[in-house]
Design a protein around this ligand. Structure first.
Ligand SMILES: *Cc1c(COP(=O)(O)O)cnc(C)c1O
Length: 361
């Protein structure tokens, strides 16, 4: 596996953090993966090296024009000490979709999965085992070419870093409060909403702070044209159960195609629960609420898997969902996906991918 990848071992491994207080993205492992791109050589010199700060020219284009894309997925240790990735092919496919939109040269997807496996294998002792914990994997690409001309760069670096992360819900799943954003928008059709690019996040921060000031933990984004149709919630896709049917906004070019979103749609279909990908307006949601047919609401993403929504604040209106408690479908989806990810139940979909044993250096 991955014989083209060179490995330089970290001679000063760090002390590992307490598995009970990991939080999210606070600690990083002993190694990282790097690979460079130039016009002449293409993607070259894949290498695993000790985790360390990068040296970049201050004129590196990423600092000025934001040419950057990223991914997020997790590795899980099973009871038998096997290491599993969850649908890494979907993430790497999406990375190249983001690359295409940002004019970053594509990378061979099978090789990317090998690179992830190799790095995770080198730092396998960092994978936490406590219930709900995992190793978060953050692949990303930045434009490194020096220069201030506005154009697509000709030099890039692809990097993978790893972070042991804690249980998202250390005290059990708690539904969140959401602020429906009326002033700012996250994305528009024709923009970069479907790409996982850093600038989408930078432009969303102001609304996020706004929401926090109103006592909400996330923003519900409406569409950028009519400010009417529901798009996403924070950095998650969003689902509603209305009169027995589970509804999620259809992919329209401004919504991110989440791996968790896709897994949920496929699980619901397998269970025979009606599920629809379509446009849904905030007025329709409010009307369902007033008619008593809004049964559940939840956000979905790799970090939390399922994040139940207990209340939405829309202008001066309050939409309380399922008395502020997690719903049955939300709970069943959360339990099923997390158990598939850690092989506590059989993976009938073929979603999990094993990280093999470490290569003898
Ligand atoms: C990453 C992300 C998601 C969730 O995608 P997953 O693949 O399920 O983790 C949803 N929305 C946005 C904007 C994202 O960046």
């Amino acid at each position: 596996m991955g014989s083209r990848i060179s490995i330089e071992r970290n001679q000063n491994p760090k002390q590992k953090p307490d598995q009970r207080h990991l939080g999210f993205g606070k600690y990083f492992t002993d190694h990282m993966f790097l690979m460079d791109y130039t016009k002449e050589e293409g993607w070259h010199e894949p290498r695993i090296v000790p985790y360390a700060p990068l040296m970049l020219d201050p004129s590196a284009m990423v600092f000025h024009y934001g040419q950057a894309v990223f991914e997020g997925l997790k590795a899980y240790k099973t009871k038998n000490d096997d290491i599993l990735l969850f649908r890494p092919d979907k993430n790497m496919e999406r990375l190249n979709i983001s690359n295409e939109r940002l004019n970053i040269p594509p990378i061979d997807e099978a090789f990317l999965i090998e690179a992830i496996k190799e790095l995770v294998s080198v730092d396998r002792d960092w994978i936490p085992v406590a219930e709900g914990t995992s190793l978060y994997i953050r692949p990303f690409i930045i434009a490194t070419e020096p220069g201030l001309g506005v154009r697509a760069a000709t030099q890039y670096t692809f990097i993978i870093i790893l972070s042991p992360v804690g249980a998202y819900y250390p005290e059990g799943i708690k539904p969140i409060k959401i602020h429906v954003e009326n002033k700012y928008v996250r994305a528009v059709r024709g923009g970069t909403g479907f790409a996982k690019t850093s600038s989408n996040y930078a432009s969303g921060l102001k609304a996020q702070i706004n929401a926090a000031e109103q006592g909400c933990s996330q923003v519900l984004w409406l569409d950028g044209v009519e400010r009417k149709y529901i798009e996403e919630v924070g950095s998650m896709n969003v689902f509603f159960k209305i009169a027995g049917e589970v509804v999620t906004p259809a992919l329209n070019g401004s919504i991110l195609d989440g791996v968790t979103r896709d897994s949920i749609i496929r699980l619901l279909e397998a269970w025979g629960v009606p599920v629809a990908e379509r446009r849904i307006s905030i007025d329709e949601l409010y009307s369902a609420y007033t008619h008593g047919t809004l049964e559940e609401a939840f956000g979905t993403g790799t970090a939390a898997v399922i994040s139940p929504i207990g209340e939405l604040q829309w202008t001066d209106k309050r939409i309380v969902v399922n008395k502020g408690e997690i719903g049955n479908i939300s709970k069943r989806l959360y339990d099923t996906i997390t158990r598939i990810q850690s092989r506590q139940i059989e993976d009938t979909f073929g979603w999990t991918v094993e990280v093999g044993a470490i290569r003898v250096p």
